[in-house]
Design a protein around this ligand. Sequence first.
Ligand SMILES: C[S@@+](CC[C@H](N)C(=O)[O-])C[C@H]1O[C@@H](n2cnc3c(N)ncnc32)[C@H](O)[C@@H]1O
Length: 236
Amino acid sequence: MALLDFDGDYGRTYNARIRRLIPAYDAIFELAAATAAALQPQARRALVVGAGSGTELPALLQAMPLARFTLIEPSQQMRGLCNALVAEIGATERVEWGPDRLENGIEGRFEVVISHNVLHVLPPVEQEKLLQRMAAQLAPGGCLLLSSYCESNPPGFELGLAIGRARFEALGMDSATIEAVMASRNTKVFSMDTQRLQRELTHAGLEAPIALLQALFQRLWLSRRPAQECEGGADA
Ligand SMILES: C[S@@+](CC[C@H](N)C(=O)[O-])C[C@H]1O[C@@H](n2cnc3c(N)ncnc32)[C@H](O)[C@@H]1O
């Protein structure tokens, strides 16, 4: 099975496999939703970039009960899985599809922008473009919640890989899949470097990202756009 083929078998079996691949997958969603509830409980517009099968949505819908959600997702198969989930939880009225990709243009700004596990499926140049586009959609006072694979800082590369491999084995992943996952690094899965992340976001007028969670190489960050934007800032 081709890793990250979201319109093929990988996408079809995504929900059944993803918790083995990403440590603390559900904890990241839980904490991101709690952050949105704490900072933007009255939000009217939320943007979810790379919604995939939509697993992050139930907690976010609950965290921001007044918000309408716009979803970005290029894969038709993943959109189908997401639509089924949204219908199942009775949230169809609160959710709409935006363009397949953010570069195709979307009107207005959002109090909360969320993107889970998307940056690491893009090479560095595309990561930076996506960060700039997400930052541009964020309203003054709004918050950006991002999760990604990230090799920066401890535990360090070799130790992290050894723990990651042992974790896959303990969870019963077969050796061919373990090797395929290990080989995907820098070909299909790309670390989101923390210095580049900080540079792109601060350049776009946002506050430096705060790491809310680290699970091995997986991170969740919060970054906010100040309520009063500085004159001369990217969006002033
Ligand atoms: C690893 S999945 C994450 C799905 C979901 N957010 C989650 O955490 O389970 C990555 C998703 O990003 C989508 N994607 C890929 N490139 C994208 C882009 N440039 N903009 C938005 N989404 C993208 C893929 O189609 C896929 O559904």
